[in-house]
Ligand binder design. Structure first.
Ligand code: IDP
Ligand code: MG
Length: 149
């Protein structure tokens, strides 16, 4: 089953939107298999956002993502990467559709509440950056028979 890494960024924690964001993913039917609160180090931030190195917003992005605690999670489900990306909405909250997390709850590109991996390959890389094997939970969820045909 596909997995994706999700972060509630420091703005989401500070604004008390952790429950709102987790609740949306939970209600959608995705399965939570790992979760922790943590402060991202400069080193981890550099690896996680390596693709953006050299861009104008890179230093600000690293300062922001390391500025306070985040909630790191792994969500599992069919097409989990795409499902989470569509639930997040566009990167710029001003362009994100109503009904999406960013479109309903955010206004600023640099304060857009949530990270979700952008491909299954990136998801696997990001999961291994943030979590070690024993932190991932395998369990049966009885509700699954009412979520998937
Ligand atoms: P994503 O989070 O939707 O995958 P990315 O393009 O991977 O978007 O960018 C990572 C993060 O960097 C964004 O979520 C946003 O917080 C920030 N960011 C992206 N582009 C800009 C920009 O042009 N100015 C300021 N911040 C940006
Ligand atoms: Mg991205």
């Amino acid at each position: 089953m596909e997995r994706t890494l999700v972060l509630v960024k420091p703005d989401g924690v500070q604004r008390g939107l952790v429950g709102e964001i987790i609740g949306r993913l939970e209600r959608r039917g995705l399965k939570l298999i790992a979760l922790k609160m943590m402060q991202i180090t400069r080193e981890l931030a550099g690896r996680h956002y390596a693709e953006h190195q050299g861009k104008a917003f890179y230093d600000g992005l690293l300062a922001f993502i390391t500025s306070g605690p985040v909630i790191a999670m792994i969500w599992e489900g069919r097409e989990a990467v795409t499902v989470v990306r569509s639930a997040m909405g566009s990167t710029d909250p001003l362009k994100a559709a109503p009904g999406t997390i960013r479109g309903d709850l955010a206004l600023d590109l640099g304060m857009n509440l949530i990270h979700g991996s952008d491909s299954p390959a990136r998801a696997e890389t990001e999961i291994s950056l943030f979590f070690s094997g024993p932190e991932l939970h395998q369990y049966n969820r009885t509700a699954d028979r009412w979520i998937r045909e």
